[in-house]
Design a protein around this ligand. Structure first.
Ligand code: ATP
Length: 749
C-alpha cells in the first residue's frame, strides 16, 4: 500500500483514494516518458558505436581515434544500461511552483531538465531539506519503481508550520529508508542514492581538496558514503578526475567484490578498486602469513631496515678480485672499490641509477691498468727515442681508453665482479634475497611462493630506493621517434611529388600533401600509436601513477608502510579516509588518525563523524554494548536507526549443534569463528561456503570486515576476544555484522 494513503486524513476515503490514484498515474506517465528518453539515448549511442566500428582505421592515428570513440560510446551504452533500475527515485516541489524529478543521471530536453542528476546542486534539498530548513521546497517525494512501474510513493510535506522539534537526528524520507534497510541482503552491496541522509550528504559533497577523515561506528554507512562520494567527485570534477583517475582501496578481494556493483549502478565505471596488496603492478599480495610477520613488515622502522639492506648490496671485495684480460691479470682491490663506491653513493641517486657511476668508476680503474701495460711508451724516458714534447708516459689517447673500457665491460669476468659488487636489482629480487638471508625469524623464508599483502608496500619502498634504470626504454623510445620522423618525412616527400594526383579513397585522403604545411614532427606524432586505455587501466599498470583522488576504506587496518605507499599514489593529498578506530583489528593498524596522518599532512586534515547505524538493529546494538561494557578505551556505540523486534539468542553447545543452527537460519547467513577454529568448523559443517554468493558462509572476523548478512552465528566470542591483542575490537566487528538476527554459540565447558 502506498504511503500516500495516509496523506489527507480529513477527506473522505473516496476522495483520498482518488487523490492517490491521480498521483500514481501522474508519476507513472512522467517516469514512462523518462524511460522512453533513456531508450532513445541508448539507441543513439548504440548506432554511434556500430558506426565507429565500421570505420577501417587506416593510419595508427585514425585507429586509435576510432578505438577511443568506440570506448566512449560503449561506456555510454553501459551507463544507460546501469541506470535502468530506479532511474527516477525522487521529486521536489518548490514552493513557487513546478517540480524537479531526481534520478541517477541527468536527462534534458533542449535546455529543460527532465531529470536532475542526484549529484547536481539542484538535487541537494532532496537529501538535506527539513521542515525547519526547507530550501524553498514544499514537498519531497520518494518514488519507488519496479521494472519501470511506479510501485510506491512516499511524501513529506516540508512546511514550517509542522516543523519537527528534533531536527538534529530527523530522518529524511523515513519510510523509504526503513524499507531499504529492512530489505534482504544479497551478496552485493546496493547503492543508497534514494535515501542518503543529511549527515552522509555533507560528507559526500564535502570539497575534494585535502584529507577528509570519516570516522563512524559499524553500519553508519561509511562504505556507502565513500562510494557515493567517488561518484559525486567524478561528476563535479569530471575532466580532472577522469584523466588522473580515482582509486578506492578496500581491505580484501571479497570486500571489493561485495562493493563492486555500487559505482556501476551510479553510472560510474572509471574507478580503480584495489586492495593494498594489488598496488604493485605485476604482483598479487595474496600469500598468507602469520600476523606477527605482517605486523613487523608494516612498521615504519622497515624504511631504515630496507635502506641498510640496499647499502649492504653495494659491496667492496675483502680480497682483490683478479680478472684475466688478454692473458694478463687486472686487479680490483678494496681501496679502489671503496673510492668508487663513495663517489657513486655521493650522487644521492637510487641504487640502480647510481650503478652506472659505480660501473664507470670500476671500468676506469681496470682500464688504467690495461692502458698502463699496453700503452706504456717504452722510450718515454729515453732522450734518444723520445719526442721532446712528450709529457705522458702513455701513448694511448681518450678514444683508446674508451675502447678499452668498452672491451672490459663486455668481459664475463668484469660483469660478474660488477654484479657481485653493485648488482642491478629489481624490487622483487631484492626483497626475495632479503627474506632468504635475514636473521630475523618471522621474516625469514625461502625464495618463491609469491608475495603477502604486507610484502607489497615493501616492494614499493624498495622500488623507490632502487630506482628504475629506464635508459634502455628511453633509448627505444628515441629510436621509435626517429623511425616515425623518417617515415613522416618520406610521406611528405612522396606527397609533394604527387600533388597533381587526386586522392582516390579515404585511406589516401589520410595522407596529407605538402600543401597541408605539416611538419614531419607533427606528422610523426600522428603516426604514433596512442594509448586508448582508460585512466583506471593505465593507473593499474603504472606504479608511479598519481591519482586525482584516493579513497581508503577500512583505513584503520593499514600499517605505516602501507600508508607510505598510498601517499605516493596521491601526491596532491586529495583523499577521503573512512574507518573506525574501535574496529582496528590489524596489530599494526591505527590507534589515532593524527598518528597516521601527521607524517604526511601535519594537522591539516578534517574530520567528519557519522553517528547513526543503519545496519545493526537496536536489540543487537544493546547486546553488543553489554558484552563490550568493559572495553578500554570504552566504545562509543552508534545510534541504531531501527529495531528488528528480535533479541539476540545465546546457545551453549558444540560444533555439532552448529549444523542445526545453520539449518534454522533464513536469508543470508554468516558463521563467524575464531581463526583457531576455522578448520574445525569447516570440517564439521561442510555446507558452509566461502563465497558471498552462497546462502551460508564461514568467515573469520578479518574476512567479515565491512560485510553484512541477514543472520549471523557467532562462534566462541571469548576466544575471538582472547585471540589477538585487539580482540575486543574484533568482537565488536563480529557482533555488528547482522541486519536482522544474531545467535551466539558458546562452547559447552
Ligand atoms: N542512507 C542510507 N540509506 C539506505 N541504506 C543505508 C544508508 N546508509 C547506510 N545504509 C546501509 O547500511 C548498511 C551499512 O552501511 P556500510 O556498510 O556503508 O557501513 P559502514 O559504516 O561501512 O560499516 P562497517 O564499519 O561495518 O564497515 C549498508 O547496507 C548500507 O547500504
Amino acid at each position: 500500500m502506498s504511503s500516500l494513503s495516509s496523506v489527507s486524513g480529513t477527506e473522505s476515503a473516496f476522495v483520498q483514494e482518488q487523490f492517490v490514484q491521480e498521483q500514481f498515474a501522474e508519476e507513472q506517465e512522467y517516469v514512462s516518458m523518462l524511460y522512453t528518453r533513456l531508450d532513445e539515448m541508448r539507441e543513439r549511442a548504440r548506432d554511434h558505436l556500430t558506426g565507429t566500428w565500421r570505420q577501417s582505421g587506416g593510419t595508427p592515428q585514425a585507429r586509435s581515434h576510432r578505438d577511443a570513440s568506440a570506448r566512449a560510446y560503449a561506456e555510454r551504452v553501459a551507463r544507460y544500461d546501469a541506470v535502468e533500475a530506479g532511474l527516477c527515485f525522487g521529486r521536489l516541489d518548490p514552493r513557487d511552483g513546478g517540480a524537479l524529478h531526481i534520478g541517477r543521471i541527468g536527462i534534458h530536453d533542449a535546455d529543460e531538465p527532465l531529470l536532475v542528476d542526484w549529484r547536481a546542486p539542484a538535487a541537494r534539498p532532496f537529501y538535506v531539506a527539513t521542515a525547519v530548513t526547507s530550501y524553498g521546497i514544499s514537498r519531497r517525494r520518494h518514488i519507488r519503481t519496479r521494472d519501470r512501474t511506479v510501485v510506491d510513493l512516499d511524501d513529506e510535506v516540508l512546511d514550517a508550520d509542522v516543523a519537527a522539534a528534533a531536527e538534529g537526528r530527523a530522518l529524511v524520507g523515513e519510510a523509504a529508508l526503513l524499507a531499504a534497510l529492512d530489505a534482504r541482503r544479497t551478496g552485493w552491496m546496493r547503492d543508497i542514492v534514494a535515501t542518503i541522509q543529511a549527515e552522509q550528504d555533507r560528507v559526500i559533497r564535502s570539497e575534494s581538496g585535502g584529507v577528509l577523515v570519516v570516522q563512524g561506528g559499524p553500519g553508519t554507512g561509511k562504505t556507502a558514503v565513500a562510494l557515493h562520494r567517488a561518484a559525486y567527485l567524478l561528476y563535479t570534477h569530471r575532466e580532472q578526475l577522469s584523466a588522473r583517475g580515482v582509486l578506492i582501496v578496500g581491505p580484501n578481494p571479497t570486500f571489493l567484490r561485495y562493493i563492486s556493483q555500487v559505482l556501476p549502478s551510479l553510472a560510474e565505471t572509471g574507478v580503480l578498486l584495489a586492495t593494498p596488496g594489488d598496488l604493485f603492478p605485476g604482483v598479487s599480495g595474496t600469500r598468507p602469513e602469520p600476523p606477527e610477520a605482517a605486523e613487523l613488515k608494516g612498521r615504519a622502522e622497515m624504511v631504515d631496515f630496507l635502506i641498510e639492506a640496499v647499502a649492504a648490496r653495494q659491496r667492496v671485495p675483502q680480497s682483490p678480485i683478479e680478472i684475466e684480460v688478454d692473458r694478463h691479470v687486472v686487479r680490483l682491490d678494496r681501496y679502489d672499490t671503496e673510492v668508487v663506491r663513495r663517489r657513486a653513493r655521493a650522487s644521492g641517486l637510487p641504487h640502480n641509477l647510481a650503478r652506472p657511476i659505480f660501473v664507470a668508476g670500476v671500468l676506469d680503474v681496470l682500464a688504467r691498468q690495461v692502458a698502463d701495460r699496453i700503452g706504456a711508451d717504452p722510450f718515454w724516458d729515453d732522450p734518444l727515442g723520445a719526442d721532446d714534447a712528450l709529457t705522458s708516459p702513455n701513448v694511448l689517447d681518450d678514444a683508446d681508453l674508451a675502447d678499452i673500457r668498452a672491451d672490459l665491460a663486455a668481459l664475463p669476468g668484469v660483469r660478474a665482479a660488477l654484479d657481485e659488487l653493485w648488482p642491478a636489482l629489481t624490487p622483487e629480487r631484492f626483497l626475495s634475497d632479503l627474506w632468504a638471508t635475514t636473521g630475523s625469524d618471522p621474516l625469514r623464508r625461502a625464495p618463491g611462493g609469491g608475495w603477502s599483502a604486507a610484502d607489497v608496500p615493501l616492494l614499493d619502498e624498495a622500488a623507490e630506493l632502487l630506482g628504475e634504470d629506464d635508459s634502455a626504454r628511453r633509448a627505444r623510445a628515441a629510436r621509435d621517434l626517429r623511425r616515425r620522423l623518417d617515415y613522416a618525412q618520406g610521406v611528405l616527400d612522396i606527397s609533394a611529388g604527387s600533388m597533381s594526383y587526386e586522392a582516390e579513397d579515404d585511406e589516401e585522403a589520410e595522407i596529407p600533401n605538402a600543401a597541408d604545411v605539416l611538419e614531419a614532427a607533427v606528422l610523426a606524432e600522428r603516426y604514433a600509436d596512442r594509448d586508448s586505455r582508460s585512466a583506471a587501466e593505465r593507473a593499474a599498470a603504472d606504479r608511479r601513477w598519481a591519482f586525482g583522488h584516493v579513497i581508503v576504506d577500512e583505513a584503520q587496518e593499514l600499517s605505516p608502510m602501507a600508508w607510505r605507499m598510498l601517499m605516493r599514489r596521491c601526491p596532491s593529498r586529495s583523499m577521503t579516509i573512512v574507518g573506525d578506530l574501535a574496529q582496528t583489528g590489524a596489530r599494526g593498524g591505527a590507534d589515532t588518525w593524527s598518528a597516521v596522518l601527521s607524517p604526511y599532512v601535519a594537522d591539516r586534515w578534517r574530520l567528519a563523524a557519522l553517528t547513526v547505524s543503519y545496519r545493526t538493529p537496536a536489540e543487537i546494538m544493546a547486546y553488543a554494548g553489554r558484552l563490550l561494557a568493559d572495553a578500554d578505551p570504552p566504545i562509543d556505540l552508534p545510534h541504531p536507526v531501527r529495531s528488528s523486534g528480535v533479541e539476540p539468542r545465546e546457545v551453549t553447545g558444540t560444533v555439532s549443534d552448529l549444523a542445526t543452527l545453520v539449518a534454522q537460519a533464513s536469508g543470508s547467513l554468516a558463521v563467524i569463528v575464531p581463526r583457531a577454529r576455522l578448520a574445525e568448523v569447516a570440517a564439521a559443517v561442510p555446507t558452509l561456503g566461502r563465497d558471498l554468493d552462497e546462502p551460508a558462509v564461514l568467515l573469520t572476523v578479518t574476512q567479515s570486515k565491512g560485510l553484512e548478512f541477514d543472520d549471523v552465528i557467532l562462534v566462541d566470542p571469548e576466544l575471538i576476544r582472547a585471540e589477538s591483542p585487539r580482540g575486543v575490537n574484533d568482537l565488536y566487528v563480529a557482533l555488528t555484522r547482522a541486519t536482522q538476527r544474531l545467535t551466539v554459540l558458546r562452547p559447552a565447558r
